[in-house]
Design a protein around this ligand. Structure first.
Ligand code: MN
Length: 204
Protein backbone atom coordinates (compact mmCIF):
# COMPACT_ATOMS: atom_id res chain seq x y z
CA UNK A 1 0.00 0.00 0.00
CA UNK A 2 1.38 3.39 -0.91
CA UNK A 3 0.18 6.89 -0.18
CA UNK A 4 0.86 9.83 -2.46
CA UNK A 5 0.28 13.35 -1.23
CA UNK A 6 -0.61 15.95 -3.84
CA UNK A 7 -0.56 19.61 -2.89
CA UNK A 8 -3.35 21.53 -4.60
CA UNK A 9 -4.44 19.10 -7.31
CA UNK A 10 -3.87 15.66 -8.82
CA UNK A 11 -1.78 15.33 -11.99
CA UNK A 12 -3.88 15.36 -15.18
CA UNK A 13 -2.70 11.92 -16.31
CA UNK A 14 -3.72 9.99 -13.19
CA UNK A 15 -6.22 7.25 -14.12
CA UNK A 16 -8.47 5.82 -11.43
CA UNK A 17 -10.59 3.59 -13.67
CA UNK A 18 -14.36 3.46 -13.60
CA UNK A 19 -14.92 3.00 -9.85
CA UNK A 20 -13.32 5.46 -7.47
CA UNK A 21 -13.22 5.24 -3.69
CA UNK A 22 -13.32 8.68 -2.16
CA UNK A 23 -13.42 10.37 1.22
CA UNK A 24 -12.88 13.90 2.49
CA UNK A 25 -11.48 15.46 5.65
CA UNK A 26 -12.75 18.80 6.90
CA UNK A 27 -12.09 21.03 9.90
CA UNK A 28 -15.24 19.64 11.53
CA UNK A 29 -18.70 18.29 10.87
CA UNK A 30 -20.54 21.59 10.31
CA UNK A 31 -20.41 22.04 6.56
CA UNK A 32 -21.19 25.78 6.72
CA UNK A 33 -18.46 26.48 9.24
CA UNK A 34 -15.77 23.89 8.62
CA UNK A 35 -13.84 24.02 5.36
CA UNK A 36 -12.84 21.08 3.22
CA UNK A 37 -9.13 20.28 3.64
CA UNK A 38 -8.39 16.91 2.01
CA UNK A 39 -9.82 14.64 -0.63
CA UNK A 40 -8.60 11.04 -0.57
CA UNK A 41 -8.89 8.83 -3.63
CA UNK A 42 -8.23 5.19 -4.47
CA UNK A 43 -8.91 3.01 -7.49
CA UNK A 44 -9.08 0.00 -5.19
CA UNK A 45 -5.56 -1.19 -6.06
CA UNK A 46 -4.30 -0.71 -2.50
CA UNK A 47 -2.86 2.73 -3.20
CA UNK A 48 -4.21 6.06 -2.04
CA UNK A 49 -3.83 9.57 -3.38
CA UNK A 50 -4.41 12.41 -0.96
CA UNK A 51 -5.10 15.90 -2.29
CA UNK A 52 -4.32 18.69 0.13
CA UNK A 53 -6.46 21.53 -1.16
CA UNK A 54 -5.54 25.20 -1.28
CA UNK A 55 -8.26 26.50 1.00
CA UNK A 56 -7.95 30.06 -0.32
CA UNK A 57 -8.77 29.22 -3.92
CA UNK A 58 -9.89 25.57 -4.13
CA UNK A 59 -8.26 25.72 -7.53
CA UNK A 60 -8.00 22.04 -8.53
CA UNK A 61 -9.18 21.59 -12.13
CA UNK A 62 -8.02 17.97 -12.53
CA UNK A 63 -9.64 16.82 -9.30
CA UNK A 64 -12.84 18.69 -10.13
CA UNK A 65 -13.02 17.11 -13.59
CA UNK A 66 -12.64 13.65 -12.04
CA UNK A 67 -15.30 14.26 -9.38
CA UNK A 68 -17.76 15.60 -11.93
CA UNK A 69 -17.04 12.81 -14.47
CA UNK A 70 -20.34 10.99 -14.91
CA UNK A 71 -18.56 7.89 -16.25
CA UNK A 72 -16.77 7.33 -12.93
CA UNK A 73 -18.77 5.85 -10.04
CA UNK A 74 -17.74 7.31 -6.69
CA UNK A 75 -17.91 5.11 -3.60
CA UNK A 76 -18.20 6.96 -0.29
CA UNK A 77 -18.96 5.93 3.25
CA UNK A 78 -21.66 8.42 4.22
CA UNK A 79 -21.84 10.21 0.88
CA UNK A 80 -24.40 12.65 2.24
CA UNK A 81 -21.71 14.58 4.09
CA UNK A 82 -18.95 14.41 1.47
CA UNK A 83 -21.21 15.28 -1.46
CA UNK A 84 -22.42 18.35 0.44
CA UNK A 85 -18.93 19.63 1.32
CA UNK A 86 -17.71 18.96 -2.22
CA UNK A 87 -20.68 20.91 -3.59
CA UNK A 88 -20.10 23.78 -1.19
CA UNK A 89 -16.33 24.13 -1.47
CA UNK A 90 -15.50 22.74 -4.93
CA UNK A 91 -18.75 24.02 -6.46
CA UNK A 92 -19.66 20.87 -8.34
CA UNK A 93 -22.11 18.00 -8.26
CA UNK A 94 -20.12 14.88 -7.49
CA UNK A 95 -21.62 11.76 -9.00
CA UNK A 96 -22.75 9.14 -9.73
CA UNK A 97 -22.59 8.03 -6.13
CA UNK A 98 -22.54 4.75 -4.20
CA UNK A 99 -22.70 4.98 -0.40
CA UNK A 100 -21.50 2.03 1.65
CA UNK A 101 -23.18 3.41 4.76
CA UNK A 102 -26.55 3.71 3.04
CA UNK A 103 -26.06 0.24 1.55
CA UNK A 104 -25.24 -1.07 5.01
CA UNK A 105 -28.37 0.50 6.51
CA UNK A 106 -30.52 -1.12 3.86
CA UNK A 107 -28.82 -4.53 4.00
CA UNK A 108 -27.64 -4.98 7.61
CA UNK A 109 -30.97 -4.39 9.36
CA UNK A 110 -29.89 -6.65 12.23
CA UNK A 111 -27.61 -3.95 13.63
CA UNK A 112 -27.51 -0.20 14.12
CA UNK A 113 -23.71 -0.15 13.79
CA UNK A 114 -22.99 1.23 10.36
CA UNK A 115 -19.71 3.07 10.92
CA UNK A 116 -16.85 2.34 8.53
CA UNK A 117 -15.02 0.65 11.38
CA UNK A 118 -17.89 -1.72 12.14
CA UNK A 119 -18.56 -2.47 8.45
CA UNK A 120 -14.87 -3.27 7.80
CA UNK A 121 -14.68 -5.44 10.89
CA UNK A 122 -17.78 -7.49 10.17
CA UNK A 123 -17.75 -7.72 6.38
CA UNK A 124 -14.00 -7.79 5.69
CA UNK A 125 -12.41 -8.87 8.96
CA UNK A 126 -10.26 -5.72 8.90
CA UNK A 127 -9.60 -3.58 11.97
CA UNK A 128 -9.37 0.14 11.25
CA UNK A 129 -7.51 2.44 13.59
CA UNK A 130 -9.69 5.52 14.08
CA UNK A 131 -7.33 7.40 16.41
CA UNK A 132 -6.66 10.30 14.04
CA UNK A 133 -10.33 10.81 13.18
CA UNK A 134 -10.41 14.13 15.00
CA UNK A 135 -7.16 15.81 14.14
CA UNK A 136 -6.08 19.10 12.62
CA UNK A 137 -6.67 18.49 8.93
CA UNK A 138 -5.92 22.14 8.20
CA UNK A 139 -2.25 21.81 9.20
CA UNK A 140 0.17 22.86 6.48
CA UNK A 141 2.34 19.81 7.14
CA UNK A 142 0.34 16.69 7.84
CA UNK A 143 1.85 13.99 10.02
CA UNK A 144 2.42 10.49 8.68
CA UNK A 145 -0.16 9.08 11.08
CA UNK A 146 -2.72 11.53 9.71
CA UNK A 147 -1.95 10.55 6.11
CA UNK A 148 -2.18 6.86 7.00
CA UNK A 149 -5.52 7.40 8.70
CA UNK A 150 -6.89 9.47 5.81
CA UNK A 151 -5.77 6.83 3.32
CA UNK A 152 -7.26 3.97 5.34
CA UNK A 153 -10.70 5.50 4.81
CA UNK A 154 -10.57 4.77 1.07
CA UNK A 155 -8.61 1.50 0.90
CA UNK A 156 -11.53 -0.81 1.62
CA UNK A 157 -14.55 0.82 -0.01
CA UNK A 158 -14.37 -1.30 -3.19
CA UNK A 159 -14.32 -4.51 -1.15
CA UNK A 160 -17.15 -3.27 1.07
CA UNK A 161 -19.25 -2.41 -1.98
CA UNK A 162 -18.80 -5.95 -3.31
CA UNK A 163 -19.95 -7.52 -0.03
CA UNK A 164 -22.85 -5.11 0.39
CA UNK A 165 -24.02 -5.57 -3.21
CA UNK A 166 -24.34 -9.30 -2.55
CA UNK A 167 -26.35 -8.66 0.62
CA UNK A 168 -28.58 -6.06 -1.07
CA UNK A 169 -29.28 -8.48 -3.90
CA UNK A 170 -30.02 -11.28 -1.45
CA UNK A 171 -32.47 -9.10 0.48
CA UNK A 172 -34.16 -7.79 -2.68
CA UNK A 173 -33.09 -4.21 -2.00
CA UNK A 174 -30.53 -3.52 -4.73
CA UNK A 175 -32.96 -1.39 -6.71
CA UNK A 176 -34.10 0.55 -3.65
CA UNK A 177 -30.45 1.17 -2.79
CA UNK A 178 -29.79 2.48 -6.28
CA UNK A 179 -32.72 4.89 -5.98
CA UNK A 180 -31.36 6.09 -2.63
CA UNK A 181 -27.92 6.69 -4.15
CA UNK A 182 -29.56 8.76 -6.89
CA UNK A 183 -31.40 10.79 -4.26
CA UNK A 184 -28.29 11.40 -2.11
CA UNK A 185 -27.20 14.59 -3.93
CA UNK A 186 -30.68 16.01 -3.26
CA UNK A 187 -30.40 15.08 0.41
CA UNK A 188 -26.99 16.80 0.49
CA UNK A 189 -28.48 19.90 -1.11
CA UNK A 190 -31.21 20.00 1.55
CA UNK A 191 -28.44 19.91 4.16
CA UNK A 192 -26.83 22.94 2.54
CA UNK A 193 -30.00 24.91 1.94
CA UNK A 194 -31.50 24.84 5.42
CA UNK A 195 -33.08 21.44 6.09
CA UNK A 196 -30.20 19.55 7.72
CA UNK A 197 -32.14 17.82 10.48
CA UNK A 198 -35.71 17.81 9.24
CA UNK A 199 -37.40 15.05 7.32
CA UNK A 200 -39.36 17.15 4.83
CA UNK A 201 -41.45 14.08 3.98
CA UNK A 202 -42.61 13.71 7.57
CA UNK A 203 -46.16 14.82 8.45
CA UNK A 204 -45.00 16.77 11.47
MN1 MN B 1 -12.28 10.10 6.63
Amino acid sequence: MSIKLHKGDIPADLDFGKILAIDTETMGLNNHRDPLCLVQLSSGDGNAHIVQLDRKTYDAPNLKALLADEKVLKIFHYARFDVAVIKKYLKLDCGPVYCTRTASRLARTYTDRHGLKQCCRELLGIELNKQQQSSDWGAAELKDVQLEYAASDVYHLHALKEKLDIMLEREGRAELAQKCFEFLPVRAELDLTGWPDEDIFAHV
